[in-house]
Design a protein around this ligand. Structure first.
Ligand code: SF4
Ligand code: SF4
Length: 334
C-alpha cells in the first residue's frame, strides 16, 4: 500500500504546470490517480489505491510538495487518526500505565497528535477523515480494554486531564500580564507559592510575559499545568529552553507526582532525563510528516538502546550518502 502526502503549504498549483499529474504514469495511461478538483479546493488529490508508488510525482513537483511512502497493507487496519485524504496518519496509541509513560521518537511522527488524543482535544476518526471523530465510537472501539476505560473517564470528565503543550513560544500571544499574574489565575488549590518555589520562578514573577525568556515561558507553562492539578498530566517536551539543572528540577517534580499516584505521559528528547524518570517507554517509528506507529511499551533501558541503535544506523546511512555525493562532486570537478 502506498501513502501519498500532499503538503498544502508547499503546493502552489497556480505557479506550476501540474507536473505531478502530467508525468504520472497511470494518469498518462488513463487512470485518474491524480486529479484536480474544479471547486474552491485547487489542490491535487492523489488516489492512493490507484498509485503504483513510482515516485515520479515526488521528483517532478517543483516545490517538493509530495511524499510517497510504501507501507505494509496490514498497517491500515490499525489506523487511529488521519488528518485528510493525503494527510498524515497515526497508527496505534499508547496504553495508559502506572507512573510515567514516555513516548520517544523523531519529530513529525505523531507524538503531539498522540498527546492531543490522550488529552481529549483530538477525537480519533479511525481514518474516516471526512467526518469528525466521535467520542462514543472511540469508547466502543476500545471497549473492554484499558484504553476504553481511559477514554470513558476522560470524556465524561471523571478524570481531569491537563496538557503542557510544547508550543511555549505562543504563550505571549494568548496570555496577558506578568508571570505571577498568569500563574495566580490557574491556582485553584492554593499551591502557587509551592509551585513557584519548586520551579525556581521566584525572580521572574514580576516579569511581563511578553519579555519572558524561553526558559521562563517553559517553566510558566509547566507551572500552569501543575497548578491545574489534573488526575492525568501530559507533558509535551519540557526540556527545551531549560538548562540541565532546570531539567533536573522538573524531572524531580514529575517523579514525586508519579510516586503519589498521578498518571503522567511525557514526550521528551533528553535521553538522560527519560532514563531517570520513565517507568516505561513507547518508541515511535514511521516517516516524518507521513505516518507514525506507536510501538508497544518497553523498559526505559531497552527502549533507549533500541532508539540509539536506530539513530546511529540512520546517521551512518546519511554519512555514507554525504560522502558519496561529495566524491561525485569532486569527480565532476576534475
Ligand atoms: S504537487 Fe507540485 S506539481 Fe502538483 S500541483 Fe502542487 S506544486 Fe504543482
Ligand atoms: S507515485 Fe507514481 S503513480 Fe503514484 S501518484 Fe506519483 S507519479 Fe502517480
Amino acid at each position: 500500500m502506498h501513502i501519498a502526502i500532499l503538503d498544502k503549504e508547499k503546493c502552489h498549483p497556480k505557479k506550476c504546470n501540474h507536473e505531478c499529474q502530467a508525468y504520472c504514469p497511470p494518469v498518462r495511461s488513463g487512470t485518474p490517480t491524480i486529479e484536480f478538483n474544479q471547486g474552491e479546493d485547487i489542490y491535487p488529490v492523489i488516489t492512493e489505491n490507484l498509485c503504483i508508488g513510482c515516485g515520479i510525482c515526488v521528483n517532478r513537483c517543483p516545490f517538493g510538495a509530495i511524499k510517497i511512502v510504501t507501507v505494509p497493507d496490514e498497517l491500515n487496519k490499525d489506523i487511529v487518526h488521519q488528518y485528510s485524504e493525503n494527510g498524515f496518519r497515526l497508527y496505534s496509541i499508547p496504553v495508559p500505565s502506572k507512573g510515567i509513560t514516555a513516548i520517544l521518537g523523531p519529530n513529525g511522527m505523531g507524538k503531539t497528535t498522540t498527546m492531543n488524543i490522550l488529552s481529549g482535544i483530538t477525537v480519533p476518526n479511525f481514518g474516516d477523515y471526512k467526518n469528525a471523530g466521535d467520542r462514543d465510537s472511540v469508547i466502543e472501539k476500545y471497549s473492554n480494554s484499558i484504553l476504553g476505560d481511559y477514554f470513558k473517564s476522560v470524556y465524561s470528565g471523571e478524570k481531569k486531564v491537563v496538557l503542557k503543550s510544547q508550543f511555549v513560544d505562543q504563550i505571549p500571544k494568548v496570555a496577558k500580564g506578568t508571570i505571577g499574574e498568569i500563574l495566580s489565575r490557574s491556582d485553584s488549590q492554593g499551591n502557587l507559592d509551592r509551585i513557584i518555589e519548586q520551579l525556581g520562578l521566584g525572580n521572574s514573577i514580576d516579569k511581563d510575559v511578553k519579555s519572558a525568556s524561553g526558559g521562563e515561558l517553559q517553566k510558566l507553562a509547566m507551572g500552569v499545568a501543575l497548578l491545574k492539578d489534573g488526575d492525568i498530566l501530559l507533558v509535551d517536551e519540557v526540556s527545551s529552553y531549560l538548562d540541565i539543572s532546570e531539567r533536573l528540577r522538573v524531572a524531580k517534580i514529575l517523579t514525586d507526582l508519579a510516586a503519589k499516584g498521578k498518571t503522567i505521559f511525557v514526550v521528551e528528547h533528553d535521553l538522560a532525563i527519560l532514563d531517570w524518570i520513565s517507568d516505561q517507554i513507547h518508541l515511535v517509528y514511521g516517516s516524518p510528516g507521513v505516518y507514525g506507529v506507536i510501538v508497544q511499551q518497553k523498559s526505559p533501558n531497552k527502549a533507549i538502546n533500541q532508539f540509539l541503535e536506530g539513530y546511529l544506523k540512520e546517521e551512518n546511512v546519511r554519512g555514507r550518502r554525504k560522502l558519496s555525493s561529495s566524491k561525485k562532486v569532486q569527480a565532476e570537478e576534475r
